[in-house]
Design a protein around this ligand. Sequence first.
Ligand code: HPA
Length: 246
Amino acid sequence: MSRLGVIGGTGALDLFEPVESGNSSTRWGAPSAEPVRVDLGAMEAWFLARHGRPHRIPPHRIDYRANIAALKALGVRHVIALNAVGAVSPDLPAGALVLPDQLIDYTWGRVHTFSDDAEAPLEHIEFADPFAGPTRRGLLAAAAAADIELVDGGCYGATQGPRLETAAEVARLAADGCTLVGMTAMPEAALAREAGLDYASLCVVANPGAGLQADPISIDEIHRVLQRAMERVAAVLRRFSPGLLA
Ligand code: HPA
């Protein structure tokens, strides 16, 4: 049976009731939090809190390798990553759900590959389409079945954080072709590809990017927007089923 991994980001800590806890340590260390099995109806799903439980690990300190390895060790083959993002495109309102199809990596200094020592042979993964697999297509079908709007396509600019961007940085992201900005899809997406896992990012727009609104970005407002959006995220995930992974 296909097992699904759900990596929950900011605002997604308690999306589903845990029914079983995993017990994982990996050769790269412990994951951010113990993965927990959650009841998603049609699929066996394991949920991993990316920033730890409670939410405490900043994006640049997350052990992305341990997280991906822990899910893989549980038999997960498909990963849905939930990512809170700012909108770079003015067409994306706060609360929008977006499935990016591209990314640009602006992060630095993060451990970003399994190909790092003698035990992990050098591999140059193909990564032209970072989110191109059946999980992404399945999310589109699940959202349609749940009658929930999901924007199909976008370019995720992965920034280092944990600070938000300057207005000029967001203008540069737009000039580069990014429509979203977030801090966590990389190196996670590339590590998933290296591990042979099919990975899709489901982004929740929390705010207009820096400089795109008159007022400064409010962190409290980000949390309010994310909390409201999680009901729709959960509804999409509940419709996800192995049959959609064709
Ligand atoms: N920038 C980067 N990451 C984010 C943002 C943002 O504006 N909002 C939520 N995550």
